[in-house]
Ligand binder design. Structure first.
Ligand code: AMP
Length: 443
């Protein structure tokens, strides 16, 4: 708590922003922030090949672990607000360090990031606050796991306790498969992250994403979203970091969202306060809408990717002020999110082989892209020595469009995707099937 006290309470005009991270999420945050006229410059550490295509953006290529150099650069570039994108620097306490150095930071400290970096801690947190979630067991030996797996009447899901880049959840089809997954984790497949596992009852229902911007005391909600985690069409195949998304999620009516607020969001914020955690950043609530009501599947201490790319184009120029208010502990909770009346959809183009082995380094060609309400955010790209944009990750590009309805959104996204080429490009053709008429009629 004390690290927050030093920060000035008077909002100076925001001019220079720093965003930490290298993915589509960070590029979309930069794109939303640059809309504000008072912003002069947005720096990204490290950003990617797409960052400098965004108005006002510049990359700084330094090692985040070189703390002295980092502070020197922040002063040199007169940074007014720092937004930390990914979970690893948050889990490592970067926000705490920057606050101690009197910078305004959007992103929780290490204590708040624990919601994401320890699944068992998050489950116990939910238990303490009576937040609905699947029944669970925290396990630290294979013998313990065996007893639970073979005595449970329900199917179980296996989760690595620590951070695992989205690869630490196994959904086995049988008890033997469940034990196999557990054994592989305890044998060290995930290093220290897998010293403890969480076994969880498998629950069922559609998944939705809810985001709360928090200032330690109050919060406001962003538009809701739904993403597609599975690699293949019809939501089949292995889990990925996300193959596409749409926002808002029509499944969440106003009344249902109110229920989520009462049963999940308010109790989460209150429990954080009770535990003396001054959470200044975004909380992602990954929820499953089960027959018995909404349940938390997971918390993240950052914006979801690709939901962030999907939601950011709906924000107006005031978005950056919300981030600043969170960083300063100055939300009233009454702020209106000035979001567009349009809906938004995102399709991710991946490298062939993702989420398993894939090759990188292929040139990316982009033809004629719609100039209005269509954005291409680079997710995993780099520049070659000659300045050519090359693939540099499993998820390569996020193609995002806004229109008056989801049919038009995805027609536009897939039309623009025809203009993009790199060797081995893969994407799902059915992103948003839950909200597109063609697919709804097929059901
Ligand atoms: P997580 O990383 O915890 O969000 O899990 C990744 C995905 O695994 C989720 O989006 C769900 O599709 C699935 N999952 C996680 N926990 C459960 C559960 N208890 N029951 C059913 N599916 C789950």
């Amino acid at each position: 708590m004390s690290t927050h006290k030093k920060i000035s309470n008077s909002s100076c005009k925001l001019k220079n922003i720093l965003i930490i991270g290298s993915g589509g999420r960070e590029n979309s945050l930069a794109w939303a922030i640059q809309k504000n006229n008072s912003i002069k410059k947005i720096y990204l550490i490290p950003g990617n090949a797409g960052s400098e295509r965004i108005n006002k953006c510049e990359r700084i290529l330094i090692d985040l672990n070189n703390k002295d150099l980092l502070i020197e650069k922040l002063h040199f570039f007169k940074i007014n607000l720092i937004v930390i994108g990914p979970e690893i620097p948050l889990a490592n306490g970067l926000a705490d360090f920057l606050r101690k150095n009197e910078f305004k930071v959007f992103g929780p400290g290490k204590d708040g990031a624990k919601l994401e970096y320890s699944k068992s801690w998050a489950k116990e947190f939910m238990q303490d606050a009576k937040i609905p979630t699947a029944k669970f067991w925290k396990v630290s030996s294979i013998d313990e796991a065996k007893k639970i797996i073979y005595s449970s009447a329900n199917q179980l899901v296996v989760k690595v306790d620590g951070l695992a880049s989205g690869k630490g959840v196994f959904i086995p089809d049988s008890k033997d498969e469940c034990l196999e997954a557990t054994e592989s984790i305890f044998k060290g497949k995930f290093g220290n992250s897998g010293e403890v596992i969480v076994l969880e009852e498998k629950i069922q229902g559609p998944e939705v994403s809810v985001f709360a911007l928090c200032d330690g005391e109050k919060y406001i909600l962003l538009p809701t979203a739904q993403d597609h985690k599975r690699l293949n069409e019809k939501d089949k195949g292995p889990n990925t970091g996300g193959m596409g998304a749409y926002s808002p999620a029509p499944l969440l009516t106003k009344d249902y969202l109110q229920r989520i607020v009462q049963e999940i969001i308010d109790p989460t914020i209150n429990e954080l306060k009770k535990k003396n955690i001054n959470y200044r950043g975004v909380i992602y609530f990954g929820l499953m809408i089960t027959k018995s009501g909404p349940k938390v599947i997971e918390y993240n201490c950052r914006f979801g990717d690709p939901e962030c790319q999907t939601i950011m184009p709906l924000m107006d120029q005031n978005f950056v002020y919300l981030l600043e208010k969170c960083a300063m502990g100055k939300l009233t909770g009454e702020e209106k999110i000035h979001s567009s009346k349009k809906v938004s959809g995102c399709v991710i183009a991946t490298s062939k082989g993702y989420p398993s082995e894939y090759k990188t380094g292929f040139p990316i060609k982009i033809g004629n892209i719609d100039s209005k309400d269509c954005q291409i955010f680079d997710s995993g790209t780099r520049l070659s020595k000659t300045g050519e944009v090359l693939t540099d990750g499993g998820r390569v590009l996020s193609i995002v469009c806004q229109e008056s309805d989801f049919d038009k959104v995805f027609e536009k996204a897939y039309r623009n995707l025809q203009e993009i080429y790199f060797e081995g490009i893969y994407f799902r053709n059915d992103i948003g099937h839950q909200v597109r008429k063609k697919f709804l009629m097929e059901k």
